[in-house]
Write a protein of this length. Structure first.
Length: 218
């Protein structure tokens, strides 16, 4: 009788805007590839055809056509539900490593702490959308709202233009950052808090060391 496939490893990256998640995800992917592993790299909102369409709606409709806060929350949840059922859960069931750029913690930080929507409601909604699926390990790259804004001004591909969330006032981003810090405090077994002010190579070294411990438990 064949042995059942071991469940894969689910890794999520979180943090304020411009904290370096994209860089760290790319570096982790390269290091895993050198080990002969091929992670499934995905993002939220997005990750599926439907999710990517929802991403365009929620992120790039600004001004009078921007979605209201409540609609924003539900669109993220809809994208996540599709993402989990169609991509993340099947990959994990197949024994693969999934690396996700944002997941449910972002909803808690942005829509909960940032927008002020009920945290209890968001917790219930996240559980429903994810079917209770949580990352095995989450890396939160911590960055002040002021530094996030400065990096955003230097980032050539968007410069904080036509992005509903990135272009929010700095007070909102302070609330989001505090939300991520609270999430890290409340989830010490799952969340690893790392300073985004450190050198990218140093951050990656710490991340890869922790990921290898998950892959090769002693």
């Amino acid at each position: 009788m064949p042995r059942p496939q071991k469940r894969g490893l689910f890794i999520s990256f979180e943090g304020p805007e411009c904290a370096g998640k994209t860089t760290q995800i790319a570096m982790l992917g390269e290091s895993l590839a050198k080990m002969g592993l091929a992670p499934v790299v995905t993002r939220e909102p997005g990750g599926t055809v439907i999710g990517e369409e929802l991403r365009k709606i929620v992120k790039h409709h600004v001004g009078e056509s921007a979605v209201v806060d409540e609609a924003e929350l539900l669109i993220f949840a809809a994208s996540r539900a599709q993402h989990v059922k169609k991509l993340i859960a099947p990959a994990l069931d197949n024994g693969q490593i999934v690396v996700c750029d944002r997941y449910a913690d972002s909803t808690t930080a942005y829509q909960g702490y940032g927008r002020g929507i009920s945290l209890d409601f968001i917790l219930a909604l996240n559980r429903f959308a994810t079917c209770g699926l949580e990352p095995d390990i989450t890396f939160i790259l911590d960055l002040s709202a002021e530094e996030s804004y400065e990096r955003g001004q230097r980032r050539q591909e968007t410069l904080f233009v036509e992005d509903r969330i990135e272009s929010a006032e700095i007070g909102f981003h302070r609330k989001v950052r505090n939300g991520f810090l609270k999430i890290a405090e409340e989830n010490p077994g799952r969340v690893q808090l790392l300073s985004a002010m450190d050198a990218p190579e140093s951050i990656h070294e710490n991340i890869f060391k922790m990921v290898k411990k998950c892959l090769l438990p002693s």
